[in-house]
Design a protein around this ligand. Sequence first.
Ligand SMILES: Nc1ncnc2c1ncn2[C@@H]1O[C@H](COP(=O)(O)OP(=O)(O)OP(=O)(O)O)[C@@H](O)[C@H]1O
Ligand code: SF4
Ligand SMILES: [Mg+2]
Length: 349
Amino acid sequence: MAASVDIARPSGIDDPIVTVENLRILFPTRDGKDTVKAVDGIDFDVRAGETLGIIGESGSGKTTLGRALVSLIKPTEGRILHRGLDPATLTGAAFRRHRRDYQIVFQDPNAALNPRMTILDSVIEPAEIMKDGDDHTRRDAGLAALARVGLPRDLAERYPHQLSGGQKQRVNIARVLMLRPKVIVCDEVVAALDVSIRGDILNLFADLQREFGLTYVFITHDISVVSHISDRIVVTYLGKLMELGPAEAVVERPLHPYTQALLSAEPVPLPSALRTSRRIVLEGEIPSPVAPPSGCRFRTRCPVAQPRCAAEVPAWREIKPGHRVACHFSTIEGPPQRVPNQQYHAGGE
Ligand SMILES: Nc1ncnc2c1ncn2[C@@H]1O[C@H](COP(=O)(O)OP(=O)(O)OP(=O)(O)O)[C@@H](O)[C@H]1O
Ligand code: SF4
Ligand SMILES: [Mg+2]
């Protein structure tokens, strides 16, 4: 009998369904004289079947990244591979066929719904565009999708303005399900909803993931949401990644000063390990993504910045298996600590 062999695989490549390589997405400023560095050189992967949470403050590039992951925006530099294939190399029908596997649901429940179309017609529309089946089979599939997301049959002939925000978000999920995607990017999908129904929608996402083997990229600025549903969490700041690791480790033992600050600024009760005696509160504005700070982007707000932070961009280091951080001084023990009576701050542009 052959002996079983335990093959240790390098962390981070466990069956990637999306691979992001040195991705940059730049937009021209309004006067056309400069560029907004919305996403500015990032590398990570999304593993098949996982929920990857993305957190970061407003303007850190989360939506831009999410749109790029599903090929709604082209990379300015670098590439995004879907199961090893670069969708930017596809055109016409081949591109459309490929794209159906990578879908996005937005924060605004109205964004994808045509106010003049009935709910059922809206749900069927993506399948019509893809020429799936005929009128009869599409209608049956649409009704089944509405039932699957928990909407009663009589809503099918209504119009979007007759539904609540939560119901409309269920319709958006049904629309996406019609295409039987593999990956769904969820961009702040519960942020616009009443707190009382957020849990129901998150549970629906979890049920659908189990049933259809979906992979989620869950973008949110709500740490309680992301820690609740994610397998891994990636932390963004001003177009860069600061930390990526298993959800529990990132939330309970963050290794990057920015993650630590984000968590301590979070008003929602968090695990007791986070209730340290010295709470760090995130102060100051995020610098402009047109002219981000040199070296480490977080240095102008980092409580433990040192001169090196202005001079050198921190490497994207794996300091524990599967746990990456972009800080010169983080160790496996945690973020760097401020030395008493020493003024480190490397502020300024
Ligand atoms: N089409 C565009 N043209 C110019 N600038 C853009 C465009 N889209 C995004 N940006 C800029 O890129 C940066 C990142 O924006 P993005 O919407 O990706 O951030 P975000 O992390 O999703 O923020 P939020 O949490 O507020 O949704 C911002 O400075 C934004 O103004
Ligand atoms: S210590 Fe330096 S490298 Fe680390 S997060 Fe702060 S500014 Fe960035
Ligand atoms: Mg956004």
